[in-house]
Structures are given as C-alpha cells and as structure tokens.
Design a protein around this ligand. Structure first.
Ligand code: BTN
Length: 264
C-alpha cells in the first residue's frame, strides 16, 4: 500500500543517483525486497523505498527488524555498484558512514563495528543490511537497507529492545523530521558510494567514526569465544582483536557478538 508519497518525496532530488525518487509505502514486507524488485524490473537504480511499517523487516544475521508504524526510518535503495566483488565489503562501511553523517546532523552518534549506529553510551539506534549479488568478479547488484530509530520513545519500546536501544529523539530531546533525515541520508549515501567507486577507501573515515576501536570486546569466531581489545581494522575492514599474544582478524560474517557497556 502506497503511503503519503508527497511528504516523503520531498527527500528526493532529481539528478542525484541515489535518491532521485522516493517510493513510500504505508505497509510492506521488507523495503529491501521491494528495492531489489524495482531494480530487477526496470534496471533503474537509486530509487529509495521507505515504509511506515514493515511486516517482515530483516536485520543482520537472520534477525528480524522491529519498528512501530510511523515513528522511524526504514529505507532501502538498490544499486548496480561499479565495484569489484573483492571490494564489496566497502559498501557496508560506506553506507554506515552515510548513516552516521546524517544522524550526526541531529545529535552525536558513533559506529559500532561493523555497521551499527550507537549512542555515546553504546545503546543501538540503527543498523543496516547490505545484500549483494555477484556477476563473476564484479558486483552485479546491491541493496542497502537502513533502519534508524527516530521518534521512538524508549518508554514505548518492548522491554527486550529498550534494554539496549535508543532513538534520535531520545538523544536530541526533541522530535526529529524524518523526511529531512532521509534527505540527508540520501545525500551522504550518494557521496560515499561515489567515493568508493572512484577508488577511495572508506577505512580512514570509518576508523574516525568507530567507537569499537580501543574497546574491550568479546567475539565469537568459528565457535570460539575470544575476549580482547579491538585494536584496529585491517585493509579489508576486518576487526583486529588483540587477545594475549594473539591477534585475530574478525570479519563481519564471523562475529556473533561484540561486547559493550550496553547488552548487544
Ligand atoms: C541490523 O542492525 O540488524 C540491520 C537492520 C536493518 C533494517 C533495515 S530497515 C530497512 C531495510 N529493510 C529490511 O528488511 N531491513 C533493512
């Protein structure tokens, strides 16, 4: 069901590759699926799909993404990135940087590796799900889906979410304009994707925004639980964890938990 596209379409900008148009839904399964279907059906990339409510919102690692109707930002965009398959990892970091930049226009936030948006106290307020498909050694398509808790009071969150989550309005102490946030997000995403396609690694910018670096972490890799300190990122964006004499490179596909002050 289409939503009030007029309001959301104020976030579109003609001529911008990512977000030249916005398709808004009142209720949909997953915006990631709709964005992918739009690309497959028309070969037109960059249409931002937003939904007031998702009935099958997906998170990373097979989790669901819960968001009450009309409060938050749930958005996806499908692209045909001009990237080698080997550089696909850069897309997630670039999208995380874009979300960090857009939220940073509202209040101070940080990135928890690999791509969670967190408050200064570690509470999560957003995340992203990048789904890619390959054609040989190139990326054929990518769907970047971003969910941000915008105007969702913690008092209204289910207890299991409230224990470790927050929202932009909680942090800013005021309600936040979701359409303006979407516009800022699309601007930032357009810029970040162009930079990585031009061969500029997102790593330096990502390191500066990532609050996991320097923190004590517990990661589970291949069934093994490792406690240590996150000391850096390698050249492919993997988290380097120092545990005693050992240094372990953790990829986002492997990690099951990164410990922080607030439960993950
Ligand atoms: C995570 O932190 O686990 C990632 C959450 C990603 C949620 C967004 S909401 C818009 C898009 N549609 C989905 O089904 N998932 C992503």
């Amino acid at each position: 069901m289409l939503a009030d596209s007029l309001a959301w379409s104020a976030a579109a900008r003609a001529g911008r590759r990512i977000g030249h148009a916005v398709e808004a839904h009142q209720r949909i399964g997953s915006t990631n699926d709709r964005a992918r279907a739009l690309l497959d059906g028309s070969e037109v990339e960059g249409i931002a799909v937003v939904a007031e409510e998702q009935t099958a919102g997906r998170g990373r690692r097979g989790r669901t993404w819960s968001s009450p109707p009309g409060r938050n930002l749930t958005m996806s965009v499908a692209l045909q990135p001009r990237l080698d398959a080997a550089d696909a990892w850069q897309l997630g970091l670039a999208a995380a940087l874009a979300a960090w930049r857009a939220c940073g226009e509202v209040t101070a936030v940080a990135l928890k590796w690999p791509n969670d948006l967190v408050a200064p106290d570690g509470r999560k307020l957003g995340g992203l799900l990048a789904e890619t498909s390959l054609a040989g050694d190139r990326l054929a398509a990518a769907v970047i889906g971003i969910g941000i808790n915008v105007n969702w009071p913690r008092a209204e969150m289910p207890a299991e979410i409230a224990v470790s989550a927050t929202s932009l309005s909680e942090l800013a102490g005021r309600s936040v304009d979701r359409v303006a946030l979407l516009g800022a997000l699309l601007d930032a995403l357009d810029g970040e994707v162009a930079r990585i396609e031009a061969g500029e690694s997102p790593l330096a910018r990502y390191r500066a925004a990532c609050s996991t670096l320097g923190a004590s972490v517990t990661v589970e890799v291949g069934g093994r639980r490792i406690e240590g300190v996150a000391v850096g990122l390698d050249e492919a964006g993997a988290l380097i964890v120092a545990a005693g004499d050992e240094r372990v490179a953790v990829t986002s596909g492997e990690v099951t938990r990164v410990r922080s002050a607030v439960p993950a």
